[in-house]
Design a protein around this ligand. Structure first.
Ligand code: BG6
Length: 482
């Protein structure tokens, strides 16, 4: 039955990317260096263990200096897929697929190379003037992330990252400049990508260096508090500028299943999920949940939250919930800890080479839980299937990707039937890009193949995969052609 699902008539179909994984041109037009520029490709990496080593969490001033001085290693995020030079071609390909929306990020170090300047780098902004104009001319709604894993390095070495309240001033200044310049063109804004991955991404999302902290957990939560304040300040400013602007919080979904129906497993999974909801609870509901205040108290975590902060958070809750969904995780209360990296195998699911499970029901579950909890519009800001594609005869036969996406879009269709206000589907990265977690090019998500390998060798030319034509049909039929 091809008419099984009916999507809202103005549903946003598109895709999502990030500057640090696509743009390249890291030293062009005044751009400064950022946290993403020091992620070296490691050919010996163990794909399954990479995340659990928490590599993103271990940087120190010394490792950072070494990477900046390294003249021989290959740093893929400095080069991306060359979107900086090929954005017209890429936007045209998205238009050909029928996209009516495109989520991308603005590189903070292009606009403020050091992060603490008073005036922005005009050359950097000019690039986004062109990209936004191109996106709008192609008939797409631009959806902009202000900060996606690329903090100017100077803010780490000089200020210690987001745990320093000075960062409130710097990021708010940056955000206001973007809202002033693009607030009449861009309706949907996401200040922070995946705010909840603070244990995985304490370096790239909070800017914390291991040698600059005595109490890592306290600094991580203080940093996240500062990000909550920035969200609220930007929301307050946006309201005064143009009430049409919508500001969203974004989570990386961490759906956890209890390993058994043993009550201990159920409660343990609930506690781990609750720790993730916390990152949306504060910006969407306007206050800290009691279980987190208890957790802070019992774990020697002293967060500075002023009375003024509380009022600001209460009066400036955000407009929508954006989240990324890739896979579900399973927990065993006897084996696992509260560390987000601590998970167990799920015997009912298969996965890809990186151990990311395929679980569309988990997606339906996640959407439903978010809706029931917040009752705010939902944007699927990322979803997709990373695979080492085989490129032959100028294309890729990626039926595995089509299968993954099809079942996940059907999960959205089910949620729509439930009456969930879900308004956008933005699969991760329509044009192949560098992986965020492993810096591989060979972990591909795109509808379009990019001829670069893990060391940046290749022409960079673009080729349509089978999924290109499939997604084109899904969009043309507004989901009815699934
Ligand atoms: C999310 C990020 O974590 O997942 C993206 O917002 C990232 O930046 C995506 O690319 C997929 O992760 P990876 O490591 O496969 O690129």
């Amino acid at each position: 039955n091809s008419n099984k699902f009916t999507f809202p008539k103005d549903f946003l179909w598109g895709g999502a990317t990030a500057a640090c994984q696509t743009e390249g041109a890291y030293d062009v037009d005044g751009r400064g260096l950022s946290t993403s520029d020091i992620h070296k490709f490691d050919p010996s990496l163990d794909r399954k263990k990479y995340r659990s080593k928490l590599v993103e969490n271990e940087h120190t001033t010394a490792t950072l200096e070494r990477a900046v001085a390294d003249k021989t290693g290959y740093y893929p995020k400095r080069h991306g897929n060359e979107f900086y030079y090929r954005y017209k071609e890429d936007i045209a390909l998205m238009k050909e697929m029928g996209f009516n929306s495109f989520r991308f990020s603005i590189a903070w170090p292009r606009v403020f190379p050091n992060g603490d300047e008073l005036e922005p780098n005009e050359k950097g902004l000019e690039f986004y003037d062109k990209v936004i104009a191109e996106v709008i001319n192609a008939g797409m709604e631009p959806i902009v992330t202000m900060f996606h894993y690329d903090i100017p390095l100077h803010l780490l070495t000089e200020y210690g990252g987001f745990r320093n309240p000075k960062l409130i001033e710097f990021m708010t200044r940056y955000g206001k400049i973007l809202l002033d310049r693009y607030g009449d063109k861009v309706k949907y804004w996401i200040p922070f990508n995946q705010t909840n991955l603070i244990q995985y991404c304490s370096f790239k999302s909070l800017g914390i260096l291991r040698d600059k902290t005595d109490n890592l957990a306290e600094d991580q939560y203080q940093a996240i508090h500062h990000q909550f304040i920035i969200n609220a300040k930007l929301k307050e400013y946006a309201k005064s500028l143009n009430p049409e602007i919508q500001i969203g919080i974004m989570l990386a979904d961490c759906t956890y299943y209890p390993r058994t129906c043993k009550p201990e497993d159920i409660v343990f999974a609930m506690k781990r999920i609750r720790m993730q909801y916390f990152y949306a609870d504060v910006p969407l509901r306007g206050e800290y949940p009691g279980h987190m205040l208890r957790y802070f108290k019992e774990n020697n975590i002293n967060i500075k939250i002023s009375e003024e902060d509380k009022v600001l958070l209460r009066e400036n809750t955000l407009d929508f919930l954006a989240f990324s969904y890739y896979y579900s995780r399973t927990l065993d209360s006897e084996k696992n800890t509260m560390d987000p990296a601590s998970i167990s195998e799920n015997p009912y699911l298969t996965g890809n080479a990186w151990g990311w499970t395929i679980d569309p029901l988990g997606f339906y579950n996640a959407i439903s839980q978010y809706w029931d909890r917040y009752q705010k519009p939902i944007m699927v800001a990322e979803n997709g299937f990373g695979y080492e594609d085989v490129f032959e005869d100028g294309t890729v036969h990626d039926d595995y990707r089509i299968d993954y996406l099809k079942h996940h879009i059907q999960a959205i269709g089910e949620a729509v039937k439930d009456g969930v206000d879900i308004f956008a589907y933005l699969p991760w990265s329509p044009i192949d890009a560098v992986s965020s977690g492993t810096a591989e090019m060979s972990k591909r998500y795109g509808f379009v193949y990019v001829d670069f390998d893990d060391f940046g060798k290749g022409t960079g030319d673009r080729f349509k995969k089978d999924s290109f034509y499939w997604y084109q049909k899904v969009i043309a039929t507004n989901g009815a052609g699934l």
